[in-house]
Design a binder for this molecule. Structure first.
Ligand SMILES: Nc1ncnc2c1ncn2[C@@H]1O[C@H](COP(=O)(O)OP(=O)(O)OP(=O)(O)O)[C@@H](O)[C@H]1O
Length: 249
């Protein structure tokens, strides 16, 4: 089996119910999902279908009520919060809709911090940060604070921060959700570029153009996978991905 076909992430029987003020929300109702190294997977589906919950389970930000996740062949069921935090720092980069940058740290410090926390020598952390910021078109913004940047620039800083430890897996939850069409095109282009270099990506998006950059699109509906298709073999059998199909057509 080639490296590119090796499973990186394997979820079996995932179930998650949220207990809030009202009725329990059965967000994830039994999901089996394998993501192979080098894949770019887009999770789409209507609001409230459970996409973000699934992404959070995959990154260990929430714990499943049932089922399990293996990361690169290692079961995660016994991992503590601290262990998940370490694994996220080293192996899983996460990008959110609202960037989640540290507002009182400069661009440089936001990007270098995870590298330093992961034990990267400062000189190497600086070099990686400089390379990423240049690649992401942020040269000249190094000393700015996040609040001084546009939404698109903040998301590119968040992407640099997520990639600085060269993670095996990049998870992105609506990375273009608060950006205009130019910012969305930019994020799409960057994710496509990193995927082209072998980066494994799982993203949640409502944006058809961003979803069409993936090589596999999973439609999520009512806590379950309704459709799972490789884009190059994707027949017109999906329930809620017609807009993506239109784009491809
Ligand atoms: N922390 C929480 N407490 C209570 N209910 C929650 C919580 N998080 C999510 N839910 C509920 O779980 C269900 C799935 O939510 P989730 O955010 O995973 O869906 P989604 O498909 O990502 O939606 P959207 O596209 O609108 O972001 C929804 O009914 C939501 O209201």
């Amino acid at each position: 089996m080639s490296e590119a076909r090796t499973p990186l992430l394997k979820a079996v029987g995932l179930v998650k119910t949220h207990h809030g003020e009202g009725a329990p929300a059965h967000a994830v109702r039994g999901v089996d999902l394998t993501v192979r190294k080098g894949e770019f997977v887009a999770l789409t589906g209507p609001s409230g279908a459970g996409k973000s919950t699934l992404l959070h389970l995959l990154g260990g930000l929430q714990r499943p009520d049932a089922g399990g996740i293996e990361l690169d062949g290692a079961p995660t069921a016994a991992w503590s919060e601290a262990r998940w935090a370490v694994e996220r720092r080293r192996r899983i980069g996460i990008v959110f809709q609202f960037f989640n940058l540290v507002s009182d740290l400069s661009v440089v410090d936001n990007v270098e911090l995870p590298a330093l926390l992961a034990g990267t020598p400062p000189r190497q952390a600086r070099a990686r940060r400089a390379e990423l910021l240049a690649e992401l078109g942020l040269s000249g913004k190094e000393r700015n604070m996040p609040g001084e940047l546009s939404g698109g620039e903040q998301q590119r800083v968040a992407l640099a921060r997520a990639l600085v430890n060269q993670p095996d897996l990049l998870l992105a939850d609506e990375p273009a959700g608060s950006l205009d069409s130019r910012g969305t095109r930019e994020v799409t282009r960057l994710l496509t570029r990193f995927h082209g270099r072998g980066q494994t990506i799982v993203l949640v998006t409502h944006d058809a153009r961003l979803a069409s950059a993936a090589d596999r699109v999973i439609s999520f509906f009512d806590g379950r996978i309704a459709d799972d298709a490789a884009l190059d073999t994707w027949p017109a059998r999906s329930t809620d991905t017609s807009s993506v199909l239109r784009l491809r057509g």
